[in-house]
Design a protein around this ligand. Sequence first.
Ligand code: SF4
Length: 892
Amino acid sequence: MTKTRIITSCTRDCPNTCGLVATVEDGRLVGLTGNPDHPLTSGVACHKTGKYIRRVYSPERITHPMVRKNGQWERVSWDEALDLVADTMKTVCEESGPEAILYYQGYGERTALKLLNKYFFNLLGGATTMYGSLCGGAGQGSQNLDFGERVSHDPLDHLNSNSIVLWARNPVSTNISLVPIIRKVKKRGGKVIVIDPAKSKSVALADHHIKPRPGGDGYLAMAATKLILAAGAEDREFLEKYSEGVEEYLAILERYSVEELCSLAGVPTSDALILANTFMKHGPTSTLLGWGLHRYEYAHHSIRPIDALGAVSGNIGVPGGGVSQGFEEYGPYDSQWWGDGLNPPRRQFLIPKVGEEILNAKNPAVRLIYVTAGNPLCMAPNSSRIAEAFGRAELVVYSGHFMDDTADLADVFLPATTFLEEDDVVASYGHNYVGPVNRAIEPVGECKSEFHMFYELASRFPFADWYRRPVDEWLQRICSPIWQQGGDLESLRREAFRLDAPMVPYEDKTFPTESGRFRFMTEFDPEHTAGDNAYPYKLLTIAPHGTICSERTVAEHEPLPVVTLNAQEAERGGMRDGMIVLVKSPVGEVRARLRADADMRRDVLVAERGGWTKAGHGLNLLTLDMASKVGNGTPFYETSVAVSPEPEVKARILLVQNSGRAPGGTFHKALERGGASLMLVRPADGESLPELPDAFDGLVVLGGPQHAFDDDASPYFPALMRLMREFDEAGKPVAGICLGAQLLARAHGARTWGMDALEFGFVRHALTPEGEADPLFMGIGELPGLMEFHEDSFDLPDGAGLLVQGDACANQCFRVGRVSYGFQFHLEVDSAVVENWINLFKRGEIDTYAEYKKLYGPAFFEAMEADLPLLVARSEDFCNRVAANWLKLVVG
Ligand code: SF4
């Protein structure tokens, strides 16, 4: 076995841009840890990093190009996929001009070579592109107004601070490399204040947590500023010599008393006093702004007063001080390679309103949409409108890793490599280092980097020679500003390079504004609109702790998103912890599971963003598509919602699980999303079955390795079969899956028997005429391949109707009694379950199946795994629809 360690950097949408070490054994990635030699991140890497290996090899990852034909995805060659894209681009350019192509470049990965994607479109003649941000635009725009240019303190300079204010910043979840720095400051007696309407994980680091009203941060900053001024503790020299607009700003402060400001901020006056005292008694104070602050229409009304607080308190241009927000991740590159100069400037759409912009586009309308490094259908606001817009395009091309919400609306799926399969360079929006991106493993399957995709695509156009240069030649060109600072590509392959950026910006107190001075906000006319009683809570869709944005798989989703509400508010609304609730906004509604928390503000509803709509988590179905007044950011937090208990649980389902290896999977999740509440019983583990069906409306019996005819090994079978009959006699639907189907047949008097063979893998079956007419399969059409894993079968009970027939094993689905269904195939599987079952074979973990190993050898599994993402996706789609139909029968 050969083991190698490769130095690389994390390129995910995260400010840390950690230095990493990838460990590879025989060509396979086996370890991913922080690089202890990185000068800033120093071996730190978050808990999401180790999990990334699983993402690289996920059974849901799409690793072959695909094209949708007649509504169905089909695996095709790269040539076929790229020919289709290139031919459509040419037709669109000829007929409607290049602006009929929309290039949506997301911020999922921001490496140097990805700048060239835009270069390709500019060579093509230009295309419609996006501007604005789903994240930090408003903060950057606001700080540009105050400082002339947003420049942050080097994170290591925070070690010089005697206090740190984490203003809507949550380093424990989203900026982990700051945590050791904060701990060091605390260890030597420094103070930490967290200001956040939500209770983030970083509250654990804080000496004090201030919870302002969402969007009320500016008033809090003004109140603290007034207290500093009242104490005569302001930095007079800075105000008089190095700033402009101070008189106007002081006049704005004069309009309010401290009490009024605190009331507008939604905090007690004592909070403003604690904050002011921190600045006055524990300076220098480093204020670190988080991304939540940007998510308001008038975000500048918060950020500019915070900048002003930094200025009045004497923390600008001071070691250990500053108001730091972020860094320019595209700053270190030569911008000519974006290619903007190649063709006249083309149309641009505002990212926060992408759906509306596409729908309103005229002369030309958008005909082709090309998406890279983004999942706008999930991450951008008002996703219903975006779905409508994408649905109108003639061709949607998606370069990505998974069949996510955006991929679901695409016509061409181009499988992209992860950063572990690429050579590149990456700068950070959280610090001053550029890091190497070194390929650790060969591309998985047929995946290609975006660079290589556009390289191949360019060869189909007359400008091929402009684009087609080797990776290193491009990096030499793009990174030329870094070489001018003393870097070189060879060294950058080995270690991170610190850019020529100040540890302490504006130390000489000159600013790149017209006057050369810091600029105070001189106008402040906030609109105080009365809240809408119908939607009493601000929806805060915060960054998730366990994942980056929408980076997840279908199998990783819980059935419903979790929303957290103040416990008293929940009680007032007739809701309790764990209950299913309906969250409604003016543009959509989402079902969710409620978490009640006594320690929350009463006017917010908090949820982690990034869950997929197709997995029942589409929180952006609720958010409004609007833009911030400064910086073209997305005011996600302007959305107000109502929360109510589900009028009543639609159905109470008893779920009988016979084996830990055969969970309810997609069937379970689909029932829960459809409004059912499920009670799980594991009789094989000694849990008791209910005597009667009275407390339930339906019964699901899952699979397991037991033989349905072997009561000695499973003494609970007779009781379970009696229960299945009783449910049916009471007109309460039963669904039996695999072992559950065999038990259902036996419960209705049929024989079950061993086949002396194993049926395993995704198998195509056909609906019988009776099946086509059955309400369970209404609107289903042709069946996809469905997962089989059984060595027993059954006769059809008397009076049963066969609904699905197989070739190798005929009885695949039947209806019996009043309303009972047996499924021999495992319609419930998700990718995690199938992967587990494949591994049971591969590792020879189950003796029972050892004799079948020769039938299901490496070639079988290789072929199955290559197609797994699609097989599972189609099976899940089928399962969701069948489960919905079954639930209709339950509800009646
Ligand atoms: S996700 Fe962020 S914290 Fe985690 S390894 Fe990547 S850069 Fe570091």
